[in-house]
Design a protein around this ligand. Structure first.
Ligand SMILES: Nc1nc2c(ncn2[C@@H]2O[C@H](COP(=O)(O)OP(=O)(O)OP(=O)(O)O)[C@@H](O)[C@H]2O)c(=O)[nH]1
Ligand SMILES: [Mg+2]
Ligand SMILES: [Zn+2]
Length: 305
């Protein structure tokens, strides 16, 4: 029988089975999966490369269950390391408007990583109740740049459920994972969308005698013919495994139309760079450009190692 892993803990996997029941079982062992990579059209060698990789089951995996064990993992449509999850349809990037303060660098970094994975993101700003009217207007203005890029940006106060219905509407029939800094309000947002869960969190924090319950593992909760995934927050995110030229391609508005030089990395000393011009004329947000340079410096440092 097939199912989907919705939680994993100490080698035991919680699997939602296709018959509607849930079971907690171990895996048969380590899995090997054969990956074939297409022959590189630019290379003289027309051979395919065959690699055998070891896989452990992870949350989101579709699995075959036999004799109370996970027998095999079905091929993943995608896979993320942070958060650690497979087969997601969309990712909700959760940022607090305040506490922790909104960071455009973190947003751009997220977008680079997600654009690389071709997973569609939705941007959610929580804790809007912590901003003054002027601060909200200014944040919305900054984020309108991203809306013009085609991203959906939603604003919520999860405590009063203001704006959370609009978030919920995007979840139907999809596997959605929430990702963001620790304390950004991911679990609180899920509580607002799944009201039955609020009690549970309150109980935990009261029992522990503290106001905050940090999420320690990734879990998928069923919601409207799909799943919504809560994940542990992080305090640091890196640009990893990205090359210089690829980085500029992941800043999607830094394209051939913006800068006509194919090999330009748009550094500060680049000559006649169209990206400079676009920043000067306000067509590219200057924080986007500054964040790009900061990431480029990191990539260069990484390459030197
Ligand atoms: N005022 C206000 N407080 C919020 C809102 N959303 C979350 N909070 C508070 O922010 C704190 C952190 O919220 P969590 O939901 O635990 O944050 P998280 O992203 O799940 O954090 P980790 O599990 O550590 O990754 C809690 O004290 C919440 O009550 C909001 O919209 N408004
Ligand atoms: Mg949490
Ligand atoms: Zn350039």
């Amino acid at each position: 029988m097939q199912g989907r892993i919705i939680n994993s803990n100490g080698g035991k996997y919680q699997v939602a089975l296709e018959n509607g029941t849930t079971t907690t079982i171990p895996a048969r062992g380590k899995f090997r999966s054969v990956k074939t990579t297409q022959a590189n059209p630019n290379s003289y060698s027309k051979k395919e490369t065959i690699m055998i990789v070891k896989q452990s089951p992870k949350v989101g995996d579709l699995v075959e269950v036999l004799d109370e064990r996970i027998e095999s993992i079905l091929e993943r449509t995608n896979e993320l390391i942070r958060p650690d999850i497979a087969n997601v349809d969309q990712i909700l990037l959760v940022f607090a408007a305040k506490e922790p303060d909104f960071s455009s660098y973190l947003l751009d970094l997220f977008l680079v990583n997600i654009t690389k994975k071709s997973i569609s993101p939705l941007i959610v700003i929580t804790k809007i109740d912590k901003l003054t009217v002027e601060e909200i207007i200014s944040l919305k203005k900054e984020l309108s740049y991203y809306e013009n890029m085609g991203y959906t940006v939603l604003y919520v106060n999860s405590k009063t459920r203001e704006g959370t219905d609009a978030v919920a509407k995007h979840l139907e029939g999809k596997v959605t994972v929430l990702s963001g800094q620790t304390g950004a309000g991911k679990s609180t947002l899920i509580n607002a969308i799944l009201p039955n869960f609020e009690l549970k969190t309150q109980e935990i924090s009261q029992a522990l005698g503290r106001g905050k319950h940090t999420t320690r593992e990734t879990t998928l909760y069923p919601y409207e013919n799909g799943y919504i995934g809560d994940t542990p927050g992080f305090s640091k995110l890196d640009v990893l495994g990205i090359e210089k030229k690829e980085l500029s391609s992941l800043f999607v508005e830094f394209n051939n139309e913006t800068c006509r030089f194919k090999d330009c990395l748009h550094q500060r000393n680049a000559k006649d760079c169209g990206v400079h011009k676009a920043v000067e004329e306000g067509r590219i947000l200057s924080s986007r450009y500054e964040n790009y340079l900061k990431m480029l410096a990191q990539v260069v440092k990484e390459e030197k190692r």
